[in-house]
Design a protein around this ligand. Structure first.
Ligand code: FES
Length: 148
């Protein structure tokens, strides 16, 4: 049994501790806002927060979540849209949209550590989040809008 906090509530999960956290979130918890892209920690589509850090949930075994606080895109907007989500809407960031959960989660984690990010900060913090549509200029603009 693995116990952790998921979007503010305590959960207990009976599963192989080596199961990727992504599958627990999507298949067991029904939290499908977190996306599967590459499955090898290379694209960032599956980004969630683990104790406030942006991590690729496809590459995090369930056992690592023991005792931790896990936040998904669904949890980010509990109690109203997060400033990053509001900025994303204002700037109209997505093109196809598939990577956007990960981009938003990574940006939210960055702003918690770097409240006024430069372009270089944004590129560095989001280096693990790939967008095949190439909307990086809008991602940078939205990250700065969210920081205002
Ligand atoms: Fe996890 Fe690509 S699906 S990094």
């Amino acid at each position: 049994m693995t116990d952790f906090t998921l979007n503010g509530s305590g959960v207990s999960v009976e599963a192989d501790p080596d199961t990727p956290l992504l599958w627990i979130l999507r298949e067991r918890m029904g939290l499908t806002g977190t996306k599967f892209g590459c499955g090898i920690g290379a694209c960032g589509a599956c980004t969630v927060h683990l104790d406030g850090q942006a991590v690729p949930s496809c590459s995090i075994p369930l056992s690592v979540a023991e005792g931790a606080e896990v936040t998904t895109i669904e949890g980010l907007s509990e109690g109203g849209l997060h400033p990053v989500q509001e900025a994303w809407i204002e700037i109209d960031v997505p093109q196809c949209g598939y990577c956007q959960t990960g981009q938003i989660m990574a940006t939210a984690a960055m702003l918690a550590q770097v409240p006024e990010p430069t372009d270089e900060d944004i590129d560095s913090y989001l280096a693990g989040n790939i967008c095949r549509c190439g909307v990086y200029p809008r991602i940078r603009a939205a990250a700065k809008r969210a920081a205002e």
